[in-house]
Structures are given as structure tokens and as C-alpha cells.
Design a binder for this molecule. Structure first.
Ligand SMILES: C[S@@+](CC[C@H](N)C(=O)[O-])C[C@H]1O[C@@H](n2cnc3c(N)ncnc32)[C@H](O)[C@@H]1O
Length: 257
């Protein structure tokens, strides 16, 4: 199976349960940070690329009281299936590159959350997206560091890292395509029942787990159990990177006046 089909299959297998993987408080925490980082205003035109089930788009729409619906762009019709129920979100079943090549529609703010690791040919995408952004537009990538803080078993950690670009590389790419960048790391910590964490791994709540067989997941859990055998509750810390691209670089001067 090629990589694209695999990604599609993964998301169609988790689409029905995807929203349950994350808590309301986690989502609210991340939405507040997105709003701040994108400096969202009620009259902004916003697209959420790889927006999945659209819940984040919906929460942003409500919190900012946006005047226009958020366009939720995603190639997975399964992920988009329930979006009709969410106020303020308009689904578009499309890959990021195809969206970037569309001729009509300009955007003030673009969000790419939890999806940058799925993108091929990113430089070309940043260039095309930049053309679809209004002056002073902002593009925000929300992702995890190449070495994530989540307590994965070793093989899952390796599969995550293998598919994840570094923040340095993303910054370099955005700068090369004319964006001025800012990077922040934000951490969310929660005490979770160990069984719940194991259940998330068994449900393959993240795409790096897709390739593992049931037996391999159980072996991974047995590996974690060596560390957690005397605990019912474990601390989970999720470090998220907020990589912001501002469309216009302020003019640099090499003289004082
Ligand atoms: C981990 S989910 C994140 C969903 C949502 N952004 C969130 O944070 O809840 C990744 C999403 O990226 C989408 N995706 C994968 N490849 C993509 C591509 N080439 N262009 C746009 N979206 C893509 C998947 O279909 C999936 O819905």
C-alpha cells in the first residue's frame, strides 16, 4: 500500500472515535493558544488545512465569534463526515496542495494542526499558500517535536520521529518562502489512568501507530508496563510546537535613519 493510501486508511479507521481521543480541556487549551498565535479577529477569513473532524475549527469560530465560516480542508471524507452538525464550519474534501492551487479565495489566517508530517513537497506548498494569503496574513503550524514528550514505547517513538520534520527545518522552509517566523513550545500536562493511555495506544490514536499489529502494540504496552507496573495513574505531558509564519517581513535597514 502506498503512503497516501495508508494515511487515508488510518483516518477512515479512526474517524468515528477521533474526537474522543482528546479531552474538552485539552482542546480548549490548544484553541486559546491558536487564537492568540494567529491573532484572530472576528472579520478574519480562516482555513483549517487538514482540519479533520472540524471540531477545532468550530471551537475557533465560536470563541472568536467569526463572521465567516472556517473552511475545513481535508482529503478524508470519513473525517469530514460529521461536520454538517458543527456551526461555523464549511467542509472541503481536498488535499492541501490542490487547495493551495485553487484560483479563488484569499485567506487572512491559515491553520495546519497535527498534519504537517503528512505533507510532501512542503516548500512548493508554502509558496502556493502564501499566494492565497492576504497581506499581513498568518500561517500557523501546530505540531510535535521530532522527539515527542508522550510516553510511547520505543518502536512507536521511532516511528513517530521517522516521519516528523524538525522545527528547524520547518522554520528554514518558511523563511525561504518569504515568511517571518516565530516558534513557541507549549506544554499540556495531565494525570491519566494508565489503562486509558494503553487504550489510546490500542486504538492507534496517532498515525505513527497505524503500522503496528495488535501483537506489536501489546508488546509495546508490556514494555511500558515494566516502568509503570506500580502505578494506576501516570503523568502525560504533551509538548506542542507553534510555528508561526507571518507573511510580510518588516523592511530591514542597515543604517540608523
Ligand atoms: C491528526 S489529524 C488532525 C486533525 C485536526 N487538524 C485536529 O487537530 O484535530 C490529521 C489530518 O490531516 C489530514 N491530512 C492528511 N494528509 C493531508 C493532506 N495532504 N492535505 C490535507 N490534509 C491532510 C488527515 O486526513 C487528517 O484529518
Amino acid at each position: 500500500m502506498n503512503k497516501l493510501n495508508k494515511i487515508q486508511q488510518h483516518y477512515s479507521s479512526v474517524s468515528l472515535t477521533y474526537n474522543d481521543f482528546f479531552s474538552d480541556s485539552y482542546r480548549q487549551w490548544v484553541v486559546d493558544l491558536i487564537i492568540e498565535s494567529l491573532a484572530l479577529r472576528s472579520d478574519d477569513i480562516v482555513a483549517d488545512i487538514g482540519g479533520g473532524t472540524g471540531l477545532i475549527s468550530h471551537l475557533i469560530f465560536k470563541r472568536v465569534r467569526l463572521k465567516n465560516e472556517v473552511l475545513c480542508v481535508d482529503p478524508s471524507d470519513s473525517m469530514l463526515a460529521e461536520i454538517g452538525r458543527l456551526k461555523g464550519v464549511k467542509p472541503l474534501c481536498m488535499d492541501a496542495h490542490d487547495f493551495a492551487e485553487e484560483k479563488s479565495g484569499q485567506y487572512d489566517k491559515l491553520l495546519l494542526k497535527g498534519m504537517v508530517h503528512h505533507l510532501a513537497d512542503r516548500i512548493s506548498l508554502w509558496n502556493k499558500l502564501s499566494e492565497r494569503m492576504n497581506e499581513n496574513g498568518r500561517l500557523l503550524i501546530v505540531t510535535r517535536p521530532k522527539i515527542p514528550s508522550l510516553p510511547f514505547f520505543k518502536a512507536a517513538l521511532a516511528s513517530f520521529s521517522a516521519g516528523q520534520p524538525t522545527s528547524g527545518l520547518l522554520v528554514e522552509e518558511l523563511e525561504e518562502t518569504g515568511f517571518q517566523t516565530e516558534v513557541a513550545v507549549q506544554s499540556y500536562s495531565v494525570y491519566l489512568e494508565k489503562r486509558r493511555w494503553y487504550h489510546l495506544l490500542q486504538s492507534r490514536f496517532m498515525s505513527n501507530l497505524y503500522d503496528f499489529t495488535d501483537d506489536e502494540i501489546e508488546e509495546g504496552i508490556a514494555e511500558l508496563e515494566q516502568m509503570y507496573f506500580d502505578k494506576n495513574v501516570i503523568k502525560i505531558r504533551d509538548d506542542l510546537l507553534f510555528i508561526l509564519g507571518k507573511k510580510h517581513r518588516s523592511e530591514l535597514s542597515d543604517s540608523l535613519i
